[in-house]
Design a protein around this ligand. Structure first.
Ligand code: GDP
Length: 301
């Protein structure tokens, strides 16, 4: 697919170029590799971890060829990626014992949060599920409008209130309606303002607490949406949101037009949260369940 092959071109061709003309993995090759990983936004910490493991391997086996290097790299990267438990089957299946399954979506403005919600709603509906949306980003009129457009496009109900109303109240209404109408899944949009940590934490905690009044174990999933093309910003946002709330799934968007696919590796390694979905375009079908083997294969051709 065109989306992931873009990521592949950027990381793999750089690696190939870095080791071209060399037969043995030596310090120069490792230096080049380190630079490639860092410029691919794998992140310094994760890059050093990978380089260190390869160095140990080179030390042990003495002669490691550059062609063996890609195999080693492939294994190391796969090991660093957090397992996505939903990657079996079509990946858009929902746990049967949680109905409605409640997904609270968080992330800063512009990362593709609304689009991801629309694409997810589409996939669940396609899988025969009854979907509800909740427009709890009440701070931006555009956010509600965009979500309304997606709800019409997909053909699923949306619960909203007027601008500036209490996001927790919208979440309460959305869960109540979803429950009363026997929905399978309800997806709640939240405001993407990154203000100070305490405010963010309070805001999200309030929404979560109100959800629990309707469904005691909600939200079942807190999905953080990150823009894969923003490199270090995505790391910073992951840091802030994971500190503010119990993020347990990631969606990384815009991996179609980016040289920064490596961000998936670093974030997955450093935050130990599974990447569940990847966004590969603006269209309704451009969301894939993240499968780590597929991803690694796409990096290495
Ligand atoms: P939000 O502010 O986080 O809700 O962001 P939006 O969902 O409105 O998306 C912001 C912009 O990014 C829009 O122009 C989307 O079409 C675009 N976008 C979202 N996801 C993707 C993706 O996976 N790939 C590309 N190329 N664009 C995307």
């Amino acid at each position: 697919d065109k989306g992931l092959s873009k990521t592949k071109e950027n990381v793999f061709t750089k690696i190939t170029r870095a080791i071209a003309g060399k037969s043995k993995v030596d310090d120069a090759v490792l230096d080049n590799l380190e630079e490639v990983l860092i410029t691919s936004d794998v992140g310094v910490e994760t890059t050093l971890k990978i380089i260190d493991r390869i160095e140990k391997r080179v030390e042990r086996d003495k002669y490691v060829t550059t062609s063996e290097l890609t195999g080693i790299l492939r294994d190391e990267i796969a090991n660093l990626l957090t397992e996505n438990k939903t990657e079996d089957g079509d990946g858009f299946t929902l746990p049967e014992d949680k109905k409605p399954y409640v997904i609270m979506v968080v992330g800063v403005n512009g990362v593709g949060k609304t689009t991801t919600i629309g694409k997810l709603a589409y996939q669940f509906k396609k899988a025969g599920k009854k979907v509800y949306l909740g427009a709890a980003d009440t701070f931006r009129a555009a956010a509600v409008e965009q979500l309304v457009i997606w709800s019409e496009r997909v053909g699923v109900p949306i619960v909203k209130q007027k601008m500036g109303s209490d996001p927790a109240s919208v979440a309460f209404d959305a869960l109540s309606s979803a429950k009363a109408n026997d929905a399978d899944v309800v997806i709640i949009d939240t405001a993407g303002r990154l203000h100070n940590k305490i405010n963010l934490m309070n805001e999200l905690t309030k929404i979560k607490n109100v959800m629990k009044k309707v469904i005691p174990d909600a939200p079942h999933e807190i999905l953080l949406v990150l823009d894969g093309s923003t490199g270090q910003n995505a790391f910073e946002q992951a840091k802030q949101f994971t500190a503010a709330t119990e993020v347990n799934a990631l969606a990384v968007t815009k991996l179609d037009g980016t040289a920064k696919g490596g961000v998936v590796i670093g974030i997955s390694d450093q935050f130990k949260i599974p990447v569940k979905y990847i966004g590969l375009g603006e269209g309704i079908e451009d969301l894939q369940v993240f499968r780590k083997r597929e991803f690694v294969n796409s990096l290495f051709g």
